[in-house]
Design a protein around this ligand. Structure first.
Ligand code: FE2
Ligand code: FE2
Length: 396
């Protein structure tokens, strides 16, 4: 299969650079198309099977917002990316909600190539085109929150500053309160003396802070029914518990700080597909979804109701947002006990075990005991029971 990417740009230099890149650095399965014009772009998208459009924001004379709305409405399964330079920073942030990803000028060929490969992988990661279209047809797919993009933007500067990142987060006082609340709720063992955001940033590090920002934002759905809010809150508490368990397991296995952080981050994000399905459910109004969202049975229920599970939606959204493969592979197998082979405890086994222990009397805990032996099982069981704190009661 050939995957077509349409670039909308008025710069002949950029077209030449991309053409060179296409022939020298991009695999034969990806083909670049070019246009300067928005109506021609729509025509190409409707006639050719284009998987993504990349709009060059440096030269857009037309009303980009209208064009993007039209594209999103008529071709929801086409990925939307933008090319942008530091001069379009404000414009990019204004339009942030409309794009799945942004690519910076001057072009970093490796990064662009990786982004395009990511799009292609979406079709191959247990997510064929039919499934992707299905997800897109259920409702608008969430994009990364603006505050997260602002942080990412700051971090990509050669001389980024923690002060500047604190300033960005402080534009949302509720966010600051929530991050400090989480940091102090014993879930990350933050010292009692840490009382302000900048100290918390320095203590937790940027990867954790960034994920907490995302976590807080994705769990803040507006204009949803009280029933959905209640379920959202439960999934939120569950995700925090899984993050905490994952971190505890990894701490027993390794001293590697990055691996421990990754376990925590993966735990926070592992059920993100449920949040997306909950949003979709607001459109389809399936009254049974809220009551079936919990436990391992949710998996079968989702497949029966939507023809897709929160795991597949989770893979899709994390891939779309550019998360690393290791996290995505762990999320992909968090309900699959077949991964428990041998004595290995890498990220994916950690997530599986942490998640299984969050369900009472799950038969999956028997699989864990069988694979790792009763001694190890008891250690983990003890670890979680020993350190269990009251569930978080965060405002939504
Ligand atoms: Fe799950
Ligand atoms: Fe879960």
């Amino acid at each position: 299969m050939i995957y077509k990417i349409l670039f909308i740009t008025e710069s002949p230099e950029t077209v030449n650079e991309l053409r060179r890149m296409e022939s020298e650095e991009i695999g034969k399965d990806i083909k670049f198309l070019f246009t300067k014009d928005r109506s021609e772009a729509l025509q190409i998208v409707s006639e050719d099977r284009v998987i993504g459009i990349v709009a060059d924001l440096r030269y857009s004379k037309f009303d980009t917002r209208d064009f993007l709305d039209l594209l999103q409405h008529n071709f929801p399964n086409v990925f939307r990316l933008c090319l942008t330079s530091p001069y379009e920073r404000e414009k990019t942030l204004l339009l942030a909600k409309k794009f799945h990803r942004s690519i910076k000028f001057p072009l970093n060929h490796k990064e662009l190539s990786r982004t395009l490969r990511d799009l292609v992988k979406l079709f191959n990661h247990n997510l064929d085109a039919v499934l992707v279209e299905k997800i897109n047809s259920l409702g608008p797919v969430p994009v990364l929150p603006e505050i997260y993009l602002r942080i990412q933007n700051e971090l990509s500067r050669p001389s980024f500053s923690m002060n500047r990142i604190a300033e960005i987060i402080q534009t949302d006082p509720l966010m600051v309160a929530r991050i400090l609340h989480i940091a102090h709720s014993s879930y990350y063992n933050i010292p009692a003396g840490v009382t302000n955001l900048l100290q918390a940033l320095n203590f937790l590090g940027m990867d954790i802070i960034k994920t907490l920002v995302l976590y807080v934002k994705i769990f803040s759905l507006n204009n949803v029914s009280p029933q959905t809010q209640a379920v959202l809150k439960e999934v939120k508490i569950h995700s925090m518990n899984v993050a905490k368990n994952s971190k505890a397991i990894m701490e027993k296995e390794t001293k590697d700080k990055k691996a421990i952080e990754l376990a925590y981050i993966t735990g926070l994000l592992h059920d993100i597909g449920k949040i997306v399905l909950l949003q979709f459910n607001e459109h389809v109004k399936n009254p049974n979804y809220a009551s079936n969202i919990h436990g391992f049975s949710s998996f079968e229920f989702e497949n029966a109701s939507y023809g897709i599970s929160h795991v597949q939606v989770g893979i899709y959204i994390l891939k779309l947002w550019g998360f690393q493969d290791e996290i995505i592979e762990a999320v992909a197998s968090h309900h699959d006990s077949r991964i428990l082979k041998g004595k290995n405890v890498s990220l994916k086994e950690t997530l599986f075990i942490a998640n299984a222990f969050c369900y009472d009397k799950s038969e999956l805990t028997a699989d864990i005991s069988e694979s790792y032996g009763s001694e190890k099982f008891d250690q983990w069981d003890h670890l979680f029971n020993d350190d269990i704190r009251p569930a978080l009661d965060l405002p939504i």
